[in-house]
Design a protein around this ligand. Structure first.
Ligand code: ADP
Length: 525
Protein backbone atom coordinates (compact mmCIF):
# COMPACT_ATOMS: atom_id res chain seq x y z
CA UNK A 1 0.00 0.00 0.00
CA UNK A 2 2.82 2.36 0.96
CA UNK A 3 4.79 1.68 -2.25
CA UNK A 4 1.96 2.51 -4.66
CA UNK A 5 0.97 5.51 -2.53
CA UNK A 6 4.57 6.68 -2.58
CA UNK A 7 4.76 6.19 -6.34
CA UNK A 8 1.50 8.07 -6.71
CA UNK A 9 2.81 10.89 -4.55
CA UNK A 10 6.00 11.04 -6.57
CA UNK A 11 4.05 11.17 -9.84
CA UNK A 12 1.81 13.90 -8.43
CA UNK A 13 4.86 15.90 -7.42
CA UNK A 14 6.45 15.44 -10.81
CA UNK A 15 3.36 16.52 -12.66
CA UNK A 16 3.11 19.50 -10.32
CA UNK A 17 6.67 20.44 -11.13
CA UNK A 18 6.08 19.98 -14.88
CA UNK A 19 2.96 22.07 -14.62
CA UNK A 20 4.95 24.72 -12.81
CA UNK A 21 7.63 24.70 -15.52
CA UNK A 22 5.02 25.07 -18.26
CA UNK A 23 3.34 27.86 -16.34
CA UNK A 24 6.66 29.61 -15.81
CA UNK A 25 7.39 29.36 -19.54
CA UNK A 26 3.96 30.76 -20.36
CA UNK A 27 4.39 33.54 -17.85
CA UNK A 28 7.85 34.28 -19.19
CA UNK A 29 6.45 34.46 -22.73
CA UNK A 30 3.66 36.79 -21.70
CA UNK A 31 6.03 39.10 -19.81
CA UNK A 32 8.46 39.05 -22.74
CA UNK A 33 5.70 40.09 -25.15
CA UNK A 34 4.76 42.99 -22.88
CA UNK A 35 8.40 44.09 -22.45
CA UNK A 36 9.04 43.87 -26.23
CA UNK A 37 5.94 45.86 -27.01
CA UNK A 38 6.82 48.65 -24.54
CA UNK A 39 10.37 48.74 -25.90
CA UNK A 40 8.92 49.20 -29.38
CA UNK A 41 6.61 51.92 -28.08
CA UNK A 42 9.64 53.76 -26.64
CA UNK A 43 11.37 53.63 -30.01
CA UNK A 44 8.22 54.77 -31.80
CA UNK A 45 7.82 57.60 -29.31
CA UNK A 46 11.27 58.88 -30.24
CA UNK A 47 10.56 58.46 -33.94
CA UNK A 48 7.42 60.57 -33.49
CA UNK A 49 9.57 63.26 -31.88
CA UNK A 50 11.97 62.93 -34.77
CA UNK A 51 9.10 63.51 -37.18
CA UNK A 52 8.15 66.62 -35.20
CA UNK A 53 11.74 67.80 -35.43
CA UNK A 54 11.82 67.22 -39.19
CA UNK A 55 8.56 69.11 -39.58
CA UNK A 56 9.97 71.99 -37.51
CA UNK A 57 13.07 72.12 -39.75
CA UNK A 58 10.92 72.10 -42.89
CA UNK A 59 8.80 74.91 -41.47
CA UNK A 60 11.89 77.00 -40.67
CA UNK A 61 13.26 76.41 -44.17
CA UNK A 62 9.94 77.44 -45.69
CA UNK A 63 10.20 80.79 -43.92
CA UNK A 64 13.81 81.73 -44.55
CA UNK A 65 16.71 80.79 -46.87
CA UNK A 66 18.71 77.74 -45.86
CA UNK A 67 22.01 79.55 -45.04
CA UNK A 68 20.15 82.00 -42.80
CA UNK A 69 18.41 79.22 -40.96
CA UNK A 70 21.71 77.37 -40.66
CA UNK A 71 23.49 80.35 -39.06
CA UNK A 72 20.93 80.83 -36.31
CA UNK A 73 19.50 77.35 -36.19
CA UNK A 74 20.00 76.83 -32.43
CA UNK A 75 17.90 79.87 -31.50
CA UNK A 76 15.25 79.20 -34.15
CA UNK A 77 14.87 75.52 -33.37
CA UNK A 78 14.47 75.81 -29.62
CA UNK A 79 11.42 77.99 -30.17
CA UNK A 80 9.84 75.54 -32.61
CA UNK A 81 10.95 72.28 -30.94
CA UNK A 82 11.35 72.59 -27.15
CA UNK A 83 12.66 69.04 -26.73
CA UNK A 84 15.93 70.19 -28.27
CA UNK A 85 18.68 71.03 -25.83
CA UNK A 86 20.80 72.41 -28.66
CA UNK A 87 20.13 72.81 -32.36
CA UNK A 88 23.04 72.44 -34.76
CA UNK A 89 23.71 72.72 -38.49
CA UNK A 90 26.57 71.17 -40.47
CA UNK A 91 27.23 72.22 -44.05
CA UNK A 92 28.33 69.95 -46.87
CA UNK A 93 31.84 71.23 -46.27
CA UNK A 94 31.74 70.05 -42.66
CA UNK A 95 31.42 73.58 -41.28
CA UNK A 96 29.41 73.93 -38.12
CA UNK A 97 27.34 77.06 -38.49
CA UNK A 98 25.28 76.77 -35.33
CA UNK A 99 25.34 76.92 -32.35
CA UNK A 100 27.59 79.86 -31.96
CA UNK A 101 30.77 79.31 -29.94
CA UNK A 102 30.30 82.72 -28.37
CA UNK A 103 26.60 82.22 -27.66
CA UNK A 104 24.98 80.62 -24.68
CA UNK A 105 26.91 78.15 -22.47
CA UNK A 106 24.92 75.07 -23.62
CA UNK A 107 25.87 75.85 -27.21
CA UNK A 108 29.51 76.22 -26.28
CA UNK A 109 29.51 72.99 -24.32
CA UNK A 110 27.95 71.25 -27.30
CA UNK A 111 30.54 72.62 -29.68
CA UNK A 112 33.42 71.59 -27.43
CA UNK A 113 32.07 68.11 -27.06
CA UNK A 114 31.01 67.54 -30.66
CA UNK A 115 33.00 69.74 -33.07
CA UNK A 116 35.64 67.18 -33.86
CA UNK A 117 33.11 64.50 -34.48
CA UNK A 118 30.60 66.64 -36.40
CA UNK A 119 33.35 67.99 -38.65
CA UNK A 120 34.46 64.45 -39.33
CA UNK A 121 37.87 65.05 -37.83
CA UNK A 122 37.42 62.37 -35.27
CA UNK A 123 35.73 58.99 -35.19
CA UNK A 124 33.95 58.16 -31.99
CA UNK A 125 31.88 55.30 -30.76
CA UNK A 126 28.35 55.95 -31.87
CA UNK A 127 25.08 54.03 -32.01
CA UNK A 128 23.07 54.84 -35.11
CA UNK A 129 19.41 54.36 -35.93
CA UNK A 130 17.83 55.31 -39.21
CA UNK A 131 14.36 54.98 -40.66
CA UNK A 132 15.09 51.62 -42.24
CA UNK A 133 15.93 50.22 -38.85
CA UNK A 134 18.95 49.94 -36.75
CA UNK A 135 22.15 49.87 -38.74
CA UNK A 136 25.43 49.18 -37.11
CA UNK A 137 27.60 50.98 -39.62
CA UNK A 138 30.34 48.44 -39.54
CA UNK A 139 27.89 45.87 -40.85
CA UNK A 140 26.68 47.96 -43.78
CA UNK A 141 29.08 46.42 -46.28
CA UNK A 142 28.61 42.89 -45.03
CA UNK A 143 25.87 40.59 -46.30
CA UNK A 144 22.75 40.82 -44.16
CA UNK A 145 23.00 38.46 -41.21
CA UNK A 146 20.49 37.31 -38.61
CA UNK A 147 18.97 39.81 -36.21
CA UNK A 148 21.59 40.85 -33.70
CA UNK A 149 20.74 40.25 -30.09
CA UNK A 150 23.05 42.87 -28.69
CA UNK A 151 23.31 46.44 -29.80
CA UNK A 152 26.55 47.60 -31.23
CA UNK A 153 28.45 50.82 -31.49
CA UNK A 154 30.55 51.77 -34.48
CA UNK A 155 33.51 54.06 -34.86
CA UNK A 156 32.59 56.81 -37.22
CA UNK A 157 32.39 60.50 -37.88
CA UNK A 158 29.07 62.31 -38.26
CA UNK A 159 29.03 62.47 -42.05
CA UNK A 160 29.62 58.75 -42.22
CA UNK A 161 26.82 58.25 -39.76
CA UNK A 162 24.37 60.40 -41.65
CA UNK A 163 25.47 59.13 -45.03
CA UNK A 164 22.81 60.12 -47.58
CA UNK A 165 19.95 59.28 -45.22
CA UNK A 166 17.51 62.11 -44.56
CA UNK A 167 16.61 61.25 -40.96
CA UNK A 168 18.11 59.36 -38.06
CA UNK A 169 19.32 59.13 -34.54
CA UNK A 170 22.83 58.91 -33.19
CA UNK A 171 23.56 58.10 -29.57
CA UNK A 172 26.94 58.81 -27.96
CA UNK A 173 28.34 58.34 -24.52
CA UNK A 174 30.40 61.32 -23.40
CA UNK A 175 31.91 61.06 -19.93
CA UNK A 176 29.56 58.22 -19.32
CA UNK A 177 26.55 60.38 -20.14
CA UNK A 178 24.23 59.47 -22.95
CA UNK A 179 23.68 62.15 -25.57
CA UNK A 180 20.94 61.59 -28.08
CA UNK A 181 21.16 63.39 -31.38
CA UNK A 182 18.60 63.46 -34.15
CA UNK A 183 19.11 64.87 -37.60
CA UNK A 184 17.17 65.83 -40.72
CA UNK A 185 18.29 66.71 -44.19
CA UNK A 186 15.89 68.72 -46.36
CA UNK A 187 15.61 69.11 -50.12
CA UNK A 188 15.60 72.83 -49.52
CA UNK A 189 18.64 72.72 -47.34
CA UNK A 190 21.59 72.73 -49.80
CA UNK A 191 22.87 69.48 -48.28
CA UNK A 192 23.07 71.12 -44.88
CA UNK A 193 22.33 68.61 -42.10
CA UNK A 194 20.15 70.07 -39.37
CA UNK A 195 20.32 68.33 -36.04
CA UNK A 196 19.35 68.57 -32.39
CA UNK A 197 20.70 67.22 -29.20
CA UNK A 198 17.63 66.11 -27.31
CA UNK A 199 17.15 67.27 -23.74
CA UNK A 200 17.93 64.35 -21.48
CA UNK A 201 15.34 65.31 -18.89
CA UNK A 202 12.80 65.86 -21.69
CA UNK A 203 13.37 62.36 -23.07
CA UNK A 204 13.19 60.86 -19.60
CA UNK A 205 9.89 62.62 -18.93
CA UNK A 206 8.43 61.41 -22.21
CA UNK A 207 9.38 57.84 -21.39
CA UNK A 208 8.10 58.08 -17.84
CA UNK A 209 4.72 59.28 -19.20
CA UNK A 210 4.68 56.41 -21.67
CA UNK A 211 5.41 53.86 -18.94
CA UNK A 212 2.69 55.30 -16.76
CA UNK A 213 0.16 55.25 -19.60
CA UNK A 214 1.12 51.65 -20.42
CA UNK A 215 0.70 50.69 -16.80
CA UNK A 216 -2.75 52.22 -16.63
CA UNK A 217 -4.11 50.53 -19.70
CA UNK A 218 -2.12 47.27 -19.51
CA UNK A 219 -2.52 44.16 -17.37
CA UNK A 220 -2.52 45.20 -13.71
CA UNK A 221 -0.63 42.06 -12.69
CA UNK A 222 2.36 43.11 -14.82
CA UNK A 223 4.40 46.10 -13.70
CA UNK A 224 6.54 47.72 -16.38
CA UNK A 225 9.49 50.00 -15.85
CA UNK A 226 12.31 51.34 -17.99
CA UNK A 227 15.85 50.94 -16.74
CA UNK A 228 18.40 53.44 -18.06
CA UNK A 229 22.04 52.88 -18.97
CA UNK A 230 23.07 53.50 -15.34
CA UNK A 231 20.64 50.95 -13.99
CA UNK A 232 18.23 53.55 -12.63
CA UNK A 233 14.55 52.88 -12.94
CA UNK A 234 12.09 55.19 -14.69
CA UNK A 235 8.65 54.44 -13.34
CA UNK A 236 8.03 52.07 -10.49
CA UNK A 237 11.17 50.51 -9.10
CA UNK A 238 10.75 47.03 -7.67
CA UNK A 239 13.03 45.16 -5.31
CA UNK A 240 13.05 41.86 -7.16
CA UNK A 241 14.33 40.62 -10.50
CA UNK A 242 12.16 41.21 -13.56
CA UNK A 243 10.70 38.17 -15.34
CA UNK A 244 11.51 39.56 -18.78
CA UNK A 245 13.54 42.42 -20.20
CA UNK A 246 13.77 43.89 -23.67
CA UNK A 247 16.43 46.29 -24.95
CA UNK A 248 15.13 49.47 -26.53
CA UNK A 249 17.94 49.39 -29.07
CA UNK A 250 20.63 51.67 -30.51
CA UNK A 251 18.38 54.67 -30.09
CA UNK A 252 18.80 54.42 -26.30
CA UNK A 253 21.78 52.10 -25.90
CA UNK A 254 21.80 49.96 -22.76
CA UNK A 255 18.32 51.08 -21.82
CA UNK A 256 15.84 48.30 -21.33
CA UNK A 257 12.22 47.69 -20.51
CA UNK A 258 11.66 45.36 -17.56
CA UNK A 259 8.42 43.51 -16.81
CA UNK A 260 7.79 42.47 -13.22
CA UNK A 261 5.01 40.51 -11.63
CA UNK A 262 2.78 42.68 -9.45
CA UNK A 263 3.31 40.68 -6.26
CA UNK A 264 6.88 39.55 -6.72
CA UNK A 265 7.95 36.08 -7.75
CA UNK A 266 8.17 33.12 -5.52
CA UNK A 267 11.79 32.74 -4.66
CA UNK A 268 13.29 29.28 -5.25
CA UNK A 269 13.66 28.92 -1.47
CA UNK A 270 10.01 29.55 -0.75
CA UNK A 271 9.09 27.31 -3.68
CA UNK A 272 11.28 24.58 -2.20
CA UNK A 273 9.64 25.18 1.14
CA UNK A 274 6.16 24.85 -0.35
CA UNK A 275 7.22 21.73 -2.22
CA UNK A 276 8.80 20.29 0.94
CA UNK A 277 5.68 21.02 2.95
CA UNK A 278 3.64 19.41 0.20
CA UNK A 279 5.78 16.26 0.26
CA UNK A 280 5.65 16.06 4.06
CA UNK A 281 1.89 16.63 3.97
CA UNK A 282 1.49 13.97 1.32
CA UNK A 283 3.57 11.43 3.20
CA UNK A 284 1.69 12.32 6.40
CA UNK A 285 -1.63 11.85 4.63
CA UNK A 286 -0.47 8.52 3.21
CA UNK A 287 0.71 7.38 6.65
CA UNK A 288 -2.51 8.45 8.36
CA UNK A 289 -4.56 6.88 5.57
CA UNK A 290 -2.55 3.67 5.88
CA UNK A 291 -2.97 3.58 9.65
CA UNK A 292 -6.70 4.21 9.38
CA UNK A 293 -6.96 1.47 6.78
CA UNK A 294 -4.99 -0.92 8.99
CA UNK A 295 -7.14 -0.06 11.99
CA UNK A 296 -10.26 -0.62 9.93
CA UNK A 297 -8.89 -3.92 8.65
CA UNK A 298 -8.16 -5.02 12.19
CA UNK A 299 -11.65 -4.07 13.27
CA UNK A 300 -13.12 -6.05 10.41
CA UNK A 301 -11.00 -9.09 11.33
CA UNK A 302 -11.99 -8.73 14.96
CA UNK A 303 -15.67 -8.45 14.04
CA UNK A 304 -15.44 -11.49 11.77
CA UNK A 305 -13.80 -13.47 14.57
CA UNK A 306 -16.40 -12.30 17.07
CA UNK A 307 -19.19 -13.31 14.74
CA UNK A 308 -17.79 -16.84 14.44
CA UNK A 309 -17.42 -16.97 18.21
CA UNK A 310 -20.96 -15.70 18.53
CA UNK A 311 -22.35 -18.53 16.41
CA UNK A 312 -20.57 -21.18 18.48
CA UNK A 313 -21.46 -19.42 21.75
CA UNK A 314 -25.13 -19.23 20.85
CA UNK A 315 -25.23 -22.83 19.69
CA UNK A 316 -23.72 -23.82 23.01
CA UNK A 317 -26.14 -21.70 24.98
CA UNK A 318 -29.06 -23.22 23.12
CA UNK A 319 -27.79 -26.74 23.56
CA UNK A 320 -27.27 -26.69 27.33
CA UNK A 321 -30.84 -25.82 28.39
CA UNK A 322 -32.25 -28.04 25.64
CA UNK A 323 -30.24 -31.00 26.93
CA UNK A 324 -31.53 -30.61 30.49
CA UNK A 325 -35.10 -29.95 29.35
CA UNK A 326 -34.97 -33.08 27.24
CA UNK A 327 -33.42 -35.21 29.99
CA UNK A 328 -35.83 -34.15 32.75
CA UNK A 329 -38.92 -34.23 30.55
CA UNK A 330 -38.01 -37.74 29.39
CA UNK A 331 -37.61 -38.91 32.96
CA UNK A 332 -40.96 -37.41 33.90
CA UNK A 333 -42.67 -38.78 30.80
CA UNK A 334 -41.46 -42.28 31.44
CA UNK A 335 -42.76 -42.02 35.04
CA UNK A 336 -39.39 -42.92 36.43
CA UNK A 337 -39.55 -40.30 39.17
CA UNK A 338 -41.68 -41.51 42.01
CA UNK A 339 -40.82 -38.85 44.58
CA UNK A 340 -43.23 -35.90 44.37
CA UNK A 341 -40.60 -33.47 45.70
CA UNK A 342 -38.13 -34.48 42.99
CA UNK A 343 -40.76 -34.23 40.28
CA UNK A 344 -41.51 -30.68 41.35
CA UNK A 345 -37.83 -29.78 41.35
CA UNK A 346 -37.36 -31.27 37.86
CA UNK A 347 -40.34 -29.30 36.59
CA UNK A 348 -38.83 -26.13 38.09
CA UNK A 349 -35.60 -26.81 36.25
CA UNK A 350 -37.46 -27.33 33.02
CA UNK A 351 -39.29 -24.08 33.66
CA UNK A 352 -36.19 -22.05 34.40
CA UNK A 353 -34.28 -23.51 31.44
CA UNK A 354 -37.19 -22.62 29.16
CA UNK A 355 -37.08 -19.08 30.54
CA UNK A 356 -33.35 -18.95 29.82
CA UNK A 357 -33.96 -20.13 26.26
CA UNK A 358 -36.69 -17.53 25.82
CA UNK A 359 -34.37 -14.79 27.10
CA UNK A 360 -31.58 -15.83 24.79
CA UNK A 361 -33.84 -16.04 21.75
CA UNK A 362 -35.46 -12.71 22.65
CA UNK A 363 -32.05 -11.09 22.89
CA UNK A 364 -30.98 -12.43 19.50
CA UNK A 365 -34.23 -11.43 17.83
CA UNK A 366 -34.11 -7.96 19.37
CA UNK A 367 -30.52 -7.50 18.33
CA UNK A 368 -31.41 -8.45 14.75
CA UNK A 369 -34.30 -5.97 14.78
CA UNK A 370 -32.10 -3.20 16.13
CA UNK A 371 -29.42 -3.88 13.52
CA UNK A 372 -32.03 -3.51 10.80
CA UNK A 373 -33.48 -0.46 12.56
CA UNK A 374 -36.82 -2.24 12.91
CA UNK A 375 -36.99 -2.38 16.69
CA UNK A 376 -40.17 -0.64 17.82
CA UNK A 377 -40.89 0.48 21.39
CA UNK A 378 -44.37 0.77 22.84
CA UNK A 379 -44.11 3.64 25.28
CA UNK A 380 -46.61 3.74 28.15
CA UNK A 381 -46.81 4.86 31.74
CA UNK A 382 -45.31 2.22 33.96
CA UNK A 383 -44.00 1.85 37.49
CA UNK A 384 -40.26 1.20 37.50
CA UNK A 385 -40.38 -0.10 41.08
CA UNK A 386 -43.04 -2.63 40.13
CA UNK A 387 -41.18 -3.76 37.01
CA UNK A 388 -37.99 -4.26 39.01
CA UNK A 389 -39.77 -6.11 41.81
CA UNK A 390 -41.52 -8.43 39.34
CA UNK A 391 -38.30 -9.16 37.45
CA UNK A 392 -36.46 -9.98 40.68
CA UNK A 393 -39.31 -12.16 41.98
CA UNK A 394 -39.51 -14.04 38.68
CA UNK A 395 -35.79 -14.66 38.76
CA UNK A 396 -35.54 -15.39 42.50
CA UNK A 397 -36.38 -19.16 42.31
CA UNK A 398 -33.68 -19.67 39.65
CA UNK A 399 -31.12 -17.82 41.78
CA UNK A 400 -32.08 -19.53 45.02
CA UNK A 401 -32.01 -22.90 43.32
CA UNK A 402 -28.34 -22.18 42.55
CA UNK A 403 -27.55 -21.16 46.12
CA UNK A 404 -27.72 -17.35 45.67
CA UNK A 405 -28.76 -14.92 48.32
CA UNK A 406 -30.67 -12.02 46.85
CA UNK A 407 -31.30 -8.82 48.70
CA UNK A 408 -33.42 -5.91 47.44
CA UNK A 409 -33.78 -2.29 48.41
CA UNK A 410 -36.80 -1.06 46.46
CA UNK A 411 -39.11 1.84 47.32
CA UNK A 412 -42.68 1.11 48.42
CA UNK A 413 -44.24 3.97 46.45
CA UNK A 414 -44.49 3.72 42.65
CA UNK A 415 -41.93 5.43 40.43
CA UNK A 416 -43.80 6.27 37.23
CA UNK A 417 -41.86 6.40 33.98
CA UNK A 418 -42.73 6.64 30.33
CA UNK A 419 -41.26 3.50 28.81
CA UNK A 420 -41.66 0.21 27.02
CA UNK A 421 -42.26 -1.92 30.16
CA UNK A 422 -41.23 -5.24 28.58
CA UNK A 423 -38.00 -3.79 27.22
CA UNK A 424 -37.11 -2.32 30.63
CA UNK A 425 -37.85 -5.68 32.30
CA UNK A 426 -35.58 -7.35 29.69
CA UNK A 427 -32.73 -5.01 30.67
CA UNK A 428 -33.09 -5.85 34.38
CA UNK A 429 -33.28 -9.57 33.61
CA UNK A 430 -30.12 -9.38 31.50
CA UNK A 431 -28.29 -7.63 34.37
CA UNK A 432 -29.53 -10.23 36.87
CA UNK A 433 -28.59 -13.09 34.58
CA UNK A 434 -25.07 -11.62 34.17
CA UNK A 435 -24.74 -11.20 37.95
CA UNK A 436 -25.60 -14.87 38.29
CA UNK A 437 -23.26 -16.01 35.49
CA UNK A 438 -20.23 -13.99 36.57
CA UNK A 439 -20.55 -14.48 40.32
CA UNK A 440 -18.14 -17.33 40.93
CA UNK A 441 -17.95 -18.47 44.54
CA UNK A 442 -19.56 -15.51 46.31
CA UNK A 443 -23.21 -15.90 45.45
CA UNK A 444 -24.52 -12.66 46.79
CA UNK A 445 -26.67 -10.32 44.69
CA UNK A 446 -28.22 -7.02 45.65
CA UNK A 447 -30.74 -4.95 43.69
CA UNK A 448 -31.14 -1.30 44.67
CA UNK A 449 -33.37 1.42 43.33
CA UNK A 450 -32.97 5.14 43.84
CA UNK A 451 -35.07 7.58 41.83
CA UNK A 452 -34.89 6.54 38.19
CA UNK A 453 -31.88 4.21 38.64
CA UNK A 454 -31.82 0.49 39.21
CA UNK A 455 -28.47 -1.08 40.21
CA UNK A 456 -27.60 -4.75 40.22
CA UNK A 457 -24.61 -5.47 42.48
CA UNK A 458 -22.68 -8.71 42.68
CA UNK A 459 -19.57 -10.04 44.40
CA UNK A 460 -18.36 -11.86 41.32
CA UNK A 461 -15.37 -11.81 38.95
CA UNK A 462 -15.61 -8.14 38.07
CA UNK A 463 -14.71 -6.71 34.68
CA UNK A 464 -11.02 -6.80 33.68
CA UNK A 465 -9.30 -3.43 33.51
CA UNK A 466 -9.53 -1.80 30.06
CA UNK A 467 -12.67 -3.73 29.13
CA UNK A 468 -15.07 -1.48 31.07
CA UNK A 469 -16.51 0.07 27.92
CA UNK A 470 -15.80 -2.74 25.50
CA UNK A 471 -18.21 -5.08 27.31
CA UNK A 472 -21.00 -2.95 25.85
CA UNK A 473 -19.83 -3.64 22.27
CA UNK A 474 -21.64 -6.28 20.29
CA UNK A 475 -20.27 -9.84 20.60
CA UNK A 476 -17.53 -8.65 22.99
CA UNK A 477 -16.92 -11.03 25.91
CA UNK A 478 -14.38 -10.23 28.61
CA UNK A 479 -14.66 -13.75 30.04
CA UNK A 480 -14.79 -16.11 27.10
CA UNK A 481 -16.36 -19.57 27.28
CA UNK A 482 -13.05 -21.38 26.85
CA UNK A 483 -11.13 -19.85 29.74
CA UNK A 484 -14.00 -19.16 32.14
CA UNK A 485 -16.42 -21.90 31.17
CA UNK A 486 -19.20 -19.29 31.28
CA UNK A 487 -21.44 -19.27 28.25
CA UNK A 488 -22.82 -16.21 26.61
CA UNK A 489 -23.46 -14.47 23.31
CA UNK A 490 -21.88 -11.07 24.01
CA UNK A 491 -25.21 -9.38 23.24
CA UNK A 492 -26.82 -8.94 26.68
CA UNK A 493 -25.15 -5.64 27.62
CA UNK A 494 -25.23 -4.32 24.05
CA UNK A 495 -29.00 -4.72 24.04
CA UNK A 496 -29.40 -3.39 27.58
CA UNK A 497 -27.53 -0.19 26.66
CA UNK A 498 -29.35 0.26 23.37
CA UNK A 499 -32.74 -0.10 25.04
CA UNK A 500 -31.76 2.32 27.83
CA UNK A 501 -30.44 4.88 25.32
CA UNK A 502 -33.61 4.59 23.24
CA UNK A 503 -35.40 5.72 26.42
CA UNK A 504 -33.01 8.66 26.91
CA UNK A 505 -31.11 6.85 29.65
CA UNK A 506 -28.06 4.55 29.85
CA UNK A 507 -26.54 1.43 31.35
CA UNK A 508 -23.14 1.86 33.02
CA UNK A 509 -20.59 -0.28 34.80
CA UNK A 510 -18.74 0.49 38.00
CA UNK A 511 -16.42 -1.78 39.95
CA UNK A 512 -17.81 -2.59 43.41
CA UNK A 513 -15.78 -1.83 46.49
CA UNK A 514 -14.68 -5.07 48.09
CA UNK A 515 -14.90 -6.97 44.77
CA UNK A 516 -17.62 -7.50 42.22
CA UNK A 517 -19.50 -5.27 39.82
CA UNK A 518 -22.26 -2.71 39.84
CA UNK A 519 -24.35 -2.37 36.69
CA UNK A 520 -26.72 0.58 36.78
CA UNK A 521 -29.73 1.25 34.58
CA UNK A 522 -30.65 4.94 34.54
CA UNK A 523 -33.93 6.11 33.05
CA UNK A 524 -35.42 9.59 32.87
CA UNK A 525 -38.23 9.94 35.36
P1 ADP B 1 -22.52 -12.41 27.62
O1 ADP B 1 -23.53 -13.15 26.86
O2 ADP B 1 -21.14 -12.80 27.26
O3 ADP B 1 -22.77 -12.40 29.07
P2 ADP B 1 -22.99 -9.54 27.77
O4 ADP B 1 -23.12 -8.54 26.71
O5 ADP B 1 -24.14 -9.71 28.71
O6 ADP B 1 -22.62 -10.91 27.07
O7 ADP B 1 -21.72 -9.20 28.60
C1 ADP B 1 -20.53 -8.91 27.94
C2 ADP B 1 -19.35 -9.25 28.83
O8 ADP B 1 -19.33 -8.40 29.96
C3 ADP B 1 -19.40 -10.62 29.39
O9 ADP B 1 -18.86 -11.57 28.49
C4 ADP B 1 -18.57 -10.49 30.64
O10 ADP B 1 -17.20 -10.67 30.34
C5 ADP B 1 -18.81 -9.07 31.09
N1 ADP B 1 -19.81 -8.99 32.15
C6 ADP B 1 -21.12 -8.73 32.03
N2 ADP B 1 -21.73 -8.72 33.24
C7 ADP B 1 -20.75 -8.94 34.14
C8 ADP B 1 -20.74 -9.06 35.57
N3 ADP B 1 -21.85 -8.91 36.31
N4 ADP B 1 -19.57 -9.34 36.19
C9 ADP B 1 -18.45 -9.47 35.46
N5 ADP B 1 -18.39 -9.37 34.11
C10 ADP B 1 -19.54 -9.12 33.46
Amino acid sequence: MIIPSGALGWLALRSLRDEQIVQRARQQQLFQTVADSVAKDCANLLWDRQAEFAAAVEALLADAPAHEVANTFDERLRKAFPLAEVGFAVTAEDNITSPNMLGRPEGRRFRIENDQWLANKQSTEVYVTTMKGTIPLRKLDEPPSEKKEKIEASMSGFRQVAGDRTDGFAARFLQNNLHLITWHRSNRGNDIIFGAELSQSGVRMLIEDLVEATQNEGTPSIVVSVIDDKGASLGKSLPFKPIATSEIGEMLPHWKVAAYPQNGIESPASLRYTLGALIVGLIGAIAVGGLLLLADLRRQFELARQKTDFVSNVSHELKTPLTSIRMFSEMLAEGRVADEEKRRSYLKIINSETARLTRLINNILDFARMEKGEKKYRFERCDLAAITREAVENYRPQLEAHGFEIETDLPEEPMMINADCDAVAQVILNLLSNAEKYSGERKDIRVEMKGGTVSVLDRGLGVPRGAEEKIFEQFYRAHDSLSSGIQGSGLGLTLARQIARAHGGDVTFQPREGGGSIFTLRLPV
